[in-house]
Design a protein around this ligand. Structure first.
Ligand code: SAH
Ligand code: SF4
Ligand code: F3S
Length: 479
């Protein structure tokens, strides 16, 4: 999962128009929320253009995440800061969307009386109406119903970003798994798969806007279409998506190990544009902890999947999520997680201290692990993974590979950020005009979470001629 950050959307490419209002969206949480924020911007694009600063906005929306307590608290502190803006500009409309909104519902108005609209993830499609109500003065406005239909309409409007290189496409909403630690099934509702034709139409539309890489999104994409006869299986959907003309790269996230079928694994071997990267959250290396988490697979099941994946696609990059300090996790259980990391050799992990969440079963388990033990275990897994990750990245030094250039590196002018098919970030010297292009690079140096490379001599001599590129000095602080 991406680090939780507030990410303002960039200014509308269509330029400023005096008749339009200004909309500022801050997004916390996972890619599902990023996608929802993008949908909000698209749905409201007729009447609002995006502002880069909340101070300039007529409408502020905070799209929230509730996955861990820390994420939830970040939301309250940001919303608190908008109170002053409302005092200065009483017409300002403040909306709280996303998972904290769904979790807290109307009680958010007591916590923050200056908020006008509260809406859960399934309220995204209703946002124009909710805004109209709020403007009419019918405050507070709240939408937290969770109906079962797939209710995010296909929004036939340009993406908010100018010349987008990558795009997310949601294929399903919600989750039926009820892992005992997780709030998602309560805030996102039950699984609903999106019609395949809508997915394919959206892919075609974003490709026309210049997108080269699509990531199919869902809390558990592997259960796409499950229990219906009218929808294809996830493997079939992948094949259909991969055939859309002009699609250079295809990815998907997230996968639950219990639903990862051989047919899906074979797609890594068989579909030329499916990138060789799988994010497969393991959560724990201990079968007993996995049982208490209600994950419905064992340590051995997981390891078998890894072996099979590597047999079918030896170059696949594997990443994972894990939780330390789940209730009842003993030192022996924790060592099982350590040994699983050693055995699998992930390229990257996202590790979290267990955080009790509302509605969840594990929050009521009696054997909660003390905070200092969780912190020590987190430090230990991160230290181990740093070594493993660096070794994995170092194994790419000297190799030449295809990268998709995503854009300039904001902190280092003259440098570009690019991504390998295996999802490694590569910094390369080069001009902005390469953005959106697939180029060959040679990896020169591995850092902890990124690579440093240069265009291969063929591409480079081309580029030198055209743009006069030079410097290749690694300026990062890592070894
Ligand atoms: N649907 C995805 C993950 C969703 S949440 C999946 O099933 O893999 C992203 C990650 O947050 C999870 O994989 C888990 O590692 C972590 N997470 C979820 N609930 C948590 C909690 N209560 N405490 C700590 N980490 C949690
Ligand atoms: Fe949460 Fe488990 Fe569903 Fe993932 S599969 S969203 S961890 S309940
Ligand atoms: Fe957070 Fe909701 Fe995503 S809780 S991780 S924003 S589904």
């Amino acid at each position: 999962m991406k680090a939780i950050t507030a990410s303002p959307y960039i200014e509308s490419p269509r330029g400023l128009s005096s008749s339009k209002g200004r909309l500022y969206i801050a997004t916390f949480g996972c890619q599902m929320n990023e996608y929802d924020s993008q949908q909000m911007a698209q749905i409201l694009s007729r009447d609002y253009q995006l502002a880069t600063r909340p101070e300039d906005a007529d409408v502020i929306i905070v799209n929230t995440c509730s996955i861990r307590e820390k994420a939830e608290n970040k939301v309250y502190s940001l919303v608190g800061r908008f109170r002053r803006l409302k005092e200065e500009k009483p017409d300002l409309i403040i909306g709280i969307g996303g998972c904290v909104a769904q979790q807290q519902g109307k009680s958010l108005f007591q916590k923050a009386p200056y908020v006008d609209i509260v809406f859960g993830p399934q309220g995204v499609a209703h946002l124009p109406n909710l805004l109209r109500e709020a403007k009419k003065g019918r405050k507070p406005v709240c939408f937290t119903s969770q109906d079962r239909d797939y209710n995010i309409p296909f929004v036939n409007a340009p993406l908010p970003e100018k010349n987008p290189t990558r795009a997310f496409v949601t294929i399903m909403q919600g989750c039926n798994n009820f892992c005992t630690y997780c709030v998602v099934p309560y805030v996102r509702g039950r699984e609903v798969s999106r019609p395949a034709e809508d997915i394919l139409s959206e892919i075609r539309m974003v490709i026309q806007q210049g997108v080269k890489e699509i990531t199919l999104l869902g809390q558990n994409v592997n259960s796409y279409g499950k229990g219906t006869s009218s929808l294809p299986s996830f493997a079939e959907l992948l094949k259909d998506c991969s055939r859309v003309p002009g699609l250079e790269r295809l990815r998907f996230t997230t996968s639950h190990p219990k639903d990862l079928t051989r047919d899906v694994m074979k797609c890594f071997r068989d579909l030329p544009n499916l990138c060789e990267h799988l994010h497969l959250p393991v959560q724990s290396g201990s079968t007993s902890v996995l049982k208490h988490m209600n994950r419905r697979y064992t340590r051995d099941d997981y390891l078998r999947l890894i072996d099979e994946l590597r047999m079918l696609c030896p170059e696949i990059t594997l990443t994972t999520d894990l939780i330390v300090g789940f209730p009842g996790e003993t030192e022996k259980d924790f060592q099982q997680t350590i040994s699983l990391l050693e055995r699998v050799q992930f390229d990257q992990i996202f590790a979290f201290k267990y955080s009790p969440r509302p509605f969840t079963r594990a929050a009521g388990f009696s054997s909660q692990v003390p905070e200092d033990v969780k912190s020590r275990r987190l430090t230990e897994v991160l230290a181990l993974q740093n070594e493993i990750g660096l070794r994995r990245y170092q194994s790419l030094e000297g190799k030449t590979m295809e990268v998709l250039v995503e854009g300039p590196n904001k902190t280092r002018p003259d440098e570009l950020i690019a991504r390998t098919r295996g999802n490694h970030v590569v910094n390369i010297p080069g001009p902005d005009s390469l953005t959106g292009h697939l180029v060959q690079v040679t990896v020169e140096k591995a850092c902890y979470h990124s690579l440093r490379g240069k265009l291969t001599s063929e591409d480079e001599s081309d580029m030198r001629e055209k743009y006069g590129i030079d410097s290749n000095v690694c300026t990062c602080d890592n070894p």
